[in-house]
Design a protein around this ligand. Structure first.
Ligand code: PLP
Length: 399
């Protein structure tokens, strides 16, 4: 033991501690074009773990646009947006997004993570108040920390508690931040009610539409558009249903101006590669067209069918849409069931602490417009088998 410790780096002990808790993570090796089928560590499986909800990441028009924009504008943007990286492609995409979102302006970021960190740290600071839903994404949590504002976390979607906190807050600036479709539970925030609460207490509402962009609302504009509200700050990523990479913030010109001056995750990083920007633009054109409507209808059909097939059973919530958690609770057990599913040809990743609260580990199924009815039936029967198998081995540990 002591000998081993001699040569051991301090992070090796950290890894051992992570492993002991059953929380060790590895990056699965995947291959092939993104679609309804994926190869994971050499195993072919139906893909229930991507955010490529509409299959646009491998759409021929989107791939062609990536190539064309690369040929036209180069492989890299060569500089930050504020120096020499603010190319035609970037401006074209921002104009398109502003029109599509019906906002005055839009501003691109390199990723949703960078957008959230940049927005929160630019808009509020020491002495201000951020109210954040307890299930908000890590990028929002990190943005809150970086802002140095006082952060109060309210229980998931608890508007009464939120209102209490707003009433108590004596801060000059108050910002409420929420996801619209929650990434790990698939449920939706009542943005209209949230907007009303914010208006009553002079708070600004920031909405993260990462999992709704392209998928929900008229022309895939998101939950805010669906509920007929226009929060001050609307962000979404271009890496999920859009199938490319990057993120946008849609809002007023003054919001854009402030972020372009303050957001360090925008100012001090190279602008997105033109090929990626071209791909996102073409994908959004599809999303805003009749083809987008057809893709969304096909996804909605699959959502209905999958929930019907799953039925009412413990661990499944009827609240969720295209993100369907199957809650197991225990981390190790969750990962075992996920591995068993993969062996049987279904890839549904296990999600554990710290991504979700301790004791709520789950398999997370994400649905795609491309899945066939047979795919969904296979997924449910494989899940059933894997769960039954796992819980029968408990009473027969030798087996
Ligand atoms: C994925 C995600 C992000 C980060 O977006 P990226 O473009 O992948 O960096 C931000 N917020 C939420 C809610 C997400 O699910």
């Amino acid at each position: 033991m002591s000998e081993g410790l001699q040569g051991k780096t301090f992070w090796q002990s950290e890894i051992e501690a992570i492993k002991e808790k059953g929380l060790f993570r590895e990056m699965p090796a995947v291959s092939g074009l993104p679609g309804r089928v994926i190869h994971v560590n050499g195993t072919r499986a139906l893909n229930f773990s991507s955010n490529n909800y509409l299959g646009l990441a491998a759409h021929p028009r989107v791939i062609t646009a990536a190539v064309e924009y690369t040929l036209r504008y180069g492989a890299g943007a060569t500089a930050s947006r504020l120096i020499a990286g603010n190319g035609e492609a970037h401006r074209e995409l921002e104009d398109f997004i502003a029109q599509w979102k019906q906002t005055e302006t839009a501003l691109l970021f390199g990723s949703g993570y960078q957008a959230n960190v940049g927005i929160l740290s630019s808009l509020v600071g020491e002495g201000d108040l951020i109210l954040s839903d307890e299930f908000n994404h890590a990028s929002i949590i990190d943005g809150c920390r970086l802002s140095r504002a006082e952060v109060r976390v309210y229980p998931h979607l608890d508007l009464n508690r939120l209102e209490d906190l707003l009433r108590q807050g004596r801060h000059p600036r108050k910002l409420v931040v929420t996801e619209s479709v929650f990434s790990m539970d698939g449920d939706r925030a009542p943005l209209k009610e949230l907007q009303e609460v914010c208006s009553r207490w002079g708070a600004v509402l920031m909405v993260d539409e990462a999992h709704a962009t392209g998928v929900i609302g008229p022309f895939g504009r998101g939950v805010a558009a669906e509920q007929g509200v226009t929060p001050h700050i609307q962000m979404g990523t271009l890496g999920k249903a859009v199938g490319a990479s990057g993120a946008y913030v849609a809002g007023s010109k003054s919001l854009r101006d402030l972020l372009a001056n303050r957001a360090r995750s925008l100012v001090y990083t190279t602008a997105a590669p033109p090929g990626v920007v071209g791909a996102a633009l073409e994908s959004l054109r599809i999303i805003a067209s009749e083809e987008g409507d057809r893709l969304r209808a096909s996804l909605a059909h699959n959502v209905d069918l999958f929930h019907k097939l799953l039925g009412k059973r413990p661990g499944v919530s009827a609240e969720s849409g295209h993100i369907v958690p199957y809650k197991v609770g225990d981390s190790l057990r969750t990962m075992t069931i996920s591995r068993k599913c993969l062996t049987k040809g279904v890839f549904a990743h296990g999600i554990r602490f710290p991504t979700v609260p301790e004791g709520t580990a789950r398999l997370r199924f994400t649905l795609m417009s491309l899945h066939t009815e047979q795919d969904l039936k296979t997924a449910v029967s494989v899940l059933e088998e894997a769960v039954a198998d796992e819980f029968s081995s408990e009473s027969n540990p030798g087996g």
